[in-house]
Design a protein around this ligand. Structure first.
Ligand SMILES: NC(=O)c1ccc[n+]([C@@H]2O[C@H](COP(=O)([O-])OP(=O)(O)OC[C@H]3O[C@@H](n4cnc5c(N)ncnc54)[C@H](O)[C@@H]3O)[C@@H](O)[C@H]2O)c1
Length: 362
């Protein structure tokens, strides 16, 4: 008997929509049937490229949502500044949403998406595929095992010596935020997810754009309107300090490893050369042995191959939740806190002082 496939739409058929498309093609119970993009002809070209002969193409998200009454879910793959508008509209049309990271540009936008999710009763998952990395999952397991004791201080972040993207990432009205939103959200998620996403309370933040605006380092400098570096000191509920830095371009090769400091142990997570949310080498666990001797051991890097790619797991877990009424694999209440920190860093940087983070009522 033929199984009824989940009917999927993709809103925004730019770069990352391709990764969604490949992952949907690898799922036996889903079918991409509708595409929308505001650039004329882009959705049609995408349909042609992937041999989607029967896919319906639309000139924007609203015309797709109005016309497609039988959709089960959409991937929102627009640039950051259009996340809120597209995700809210899809949820208001009663459609489950897989929304690309970062959640949005501001905390206010993220709250609007959460409210629409709540009112709709539909599933909203945010696209943090590093969550499915076996090494990332090991970080969370180690924290939850109690081996580190109480985690009281975390340094995290990542970066690239030269890695400013182009296209829609660098303009205010499309990307909205720079390195902070693009790759900063991954660094925050890596450690906040491990410690259970405590509420952020206050933040002292800093952002700069020295490289993006300098013709010496970046050829599209005249168009550059966002941050290329951000740093922050964040207080979290439970008396935990988060020391964070992220960079699209800088002179050192890395802003440092991620380290979780606990009362009984510590975990060092090596940085990568090109930070994109992965573990850069064998992690190291520090603790005192029974005899009170300082010791440490390296943890073997784990592989994800037996479960398929991170992207297949990101899309597969979302579809599983939609089909079987399971909870969202990457729930909005967590990423709302991630966005609250990003928003707090921007506010603090603009005001030049520490700011409070008030979590919105959803
Ligand atoms: N998860 C990941 O690994 C990963 C990697 C890269 C990018 N991303 C995220 O994916 C998103 C898109 O990035 P990209 O590189 O594909 O950008 P892009 O600019 O290449 O594509 C975005 C597309 O959305 C379209 N669009 C904008 N508003 C629309 C609307 N209202 N209706 C329909 N289409 C609309 C644009 O015309 C464009 O074609 C960003 O939020 C980015 O942060 C995620």
């Amino acid at each position: 008997m033929a199984i009824k496939k989940l009917q999927i739409g993709i809103i925004g058929t730019g770069n990352i929509a391709r990764a969604h498309m490949w992952a949907y093609m690898s799922q036996k119970d889903a079918q991409v049937v509708a595409l929308a993009d505001i650039v004329p002809g882009r959705a049609e070209a995408f349909a042609k490229k992937y041999g989607l002969r029967n896919a319906r193409c639309y000139p924007d998200h609203l015309s797709l949502l109005e016309a497609e009454k039988g959709l089960d879910a959409v991937s929102v793959c627009t640039y950051n500044a259009a996340h809120m508008e597209c995700a809210v509209a899809a949820l208001e049309h009663g459609i489950n949403v897989l929304l690309e990271k970062p959640f949005s540009v501001t905390l206010e936008e993220a709250a609007a998406i959460c409210k629409a999710e709540k009112a709709s009763g539909k599933i909203l998952s945010i696209g943090f595929q590093p969550r499915f990395d076996a090494n990332m999952q090991n970080i969370k397991k180690i924290v939850e095992s109690g081996k580190l004791g109480k985690v009281y201080y975390i340094q995290t972040g990542g970066g690239r010596r030269r890695g400013i993207p182009g296209s829609t990432f660098i303009a205010k009205d499309t990307g909205g935020i720079g390195a902070l939103g693009d790759i900063g959200c991954y660094s925050l998620d890596m450690v906040l997810n491990a410690i259970g996403y405590p509420k952020p309370l206050t933040v002292t933040g800093y952002t700069s754009d020295f490289f993006g605006k300098d013709p010496k380092y970046y050829k599209e400098y005249a168009r550059f309107e966002v941050d290329d570096f951000a740093a922050a000191f964040v207080r979290l509920e439970g008396d935990i300090i988060l020391d964070f830095r992220i960079s699209w371009a800088m002179h050192p090769d890395s802003p440092g490893d991620t380290i979780l400091f606990g009362t009984d142990g510590a975990l060092r997570i090596p940085a990568t050369d090109c930070w994109n949310g992965s573990v850069g080498g064998p992690m190291r666990l520090y603790y005192d042995s029974k005899l009170g001797h300082k010791t440490s051991r390296f943890l073997v890097l784990r592989t994800n191959l037996f479960k398929g790619s991170l992207w297949n797991q990101k899309i597969g877990s979302f579809l599983d939740a939609v089909k079987n009424g399971k909870p969202s694999p990457i729930p909005s209440w967590q990423i709302l806190r991630n966005q609250a920190i990003i928003d707090g860093i921007n506010r603090s940087a603009a005001q030049g002082r520490e700011v409070e983070i008030e979590m919105p009522e959803i």
